[in-house]
Design a protein around this ligand. Sequence first.
Ligand code: FUB
Length: 316
Amino acid sequence: MACCAAALAQGGEMQFAYKGNPLVRHLYTADPSARVVGDRLYVYTSHDQDSSEKDVHFDMLDWRVFSSADLKTWTDHGAPLALDEISWASKQAWAPDCVGRNGKFYFYFPVEQTKIGVAVGDSPAGPFRDALGRPLVDNTNNIPVVGREPIDPGILIDDDGQAYMFFGCRDARCVKLKENMVELGGEIRPVVIKGIENDTENHGGWYGEAPWIFKRNGIYYLVYSNGWGKDTTMLYATSPQPMGPFDFRGEVMSPSRAGTSHGSIVEFKGRWYVFYHDASLSGGDGKRRSVCFDEITFAPDGSINRLEYRAPQDVE
Ligand code: FUB
């Protein structure tokens, strides 16, 4: 497993076939953000180290990107960005997102549990270079506004061109981005989810982390995780407005038993898919996770038909 990951860190590419979940089996990957560019689907992930016995909480060093035109044959594009390329950060390369605009691709990355940066590149597969030389968002001396843990950026570019960044662990936040995608375009605001007021950490619809926002038939869907542990799963809330308030709707899927839940929902070639992670490849180690995906469907009223997580099975 370590041999392939190391080789690809230098910028190489490798083809592999989908053999059922987990999708990626030659290294540990987590926190998938799936994006469509042209006729290909790209999946941006964080990268759990082979050894999870590190002294830093989720001690991850780089990010990864994979793509496919048919979800059967995949390309591992290697690491489009690594922690040692960012002058102002030294630990915890966590859940990224990436969007294209005006011929460039903007890669949003959380580090150190306290900051989010943005990098830019000419290709959806990277490489990306740090755009600012400093964080885009930083909660140093500003926790009431930015939140206790600004991680897990999730981007939406709405039909009118306005871009939004959702982020945050425990404290959900949303902020507009300017058209250049590398500057905040307004105040950072708390995200309100109605219907979860009495829920507590790791219980019910409580907001934990991992926001992912998408739009379908005029409805804005906010997907997120309800915390940590064996029962954590992906939930969703909806709103007629991009910044909410959102109404809690229910579970996207049953728990994948990875200790964390983090994923994305995307339409690709007329079908909808949920990307998520489990811990099947590592035998249940929540710090060595693996990206998976499954097709999902919607009910006529826009509800997501809850997916039942199934233990991985090879397909030939
Ligand atoms: O992968 C590190 C962290 O674990 C992510 O930022 C969270 O969403 C959780 O999946």
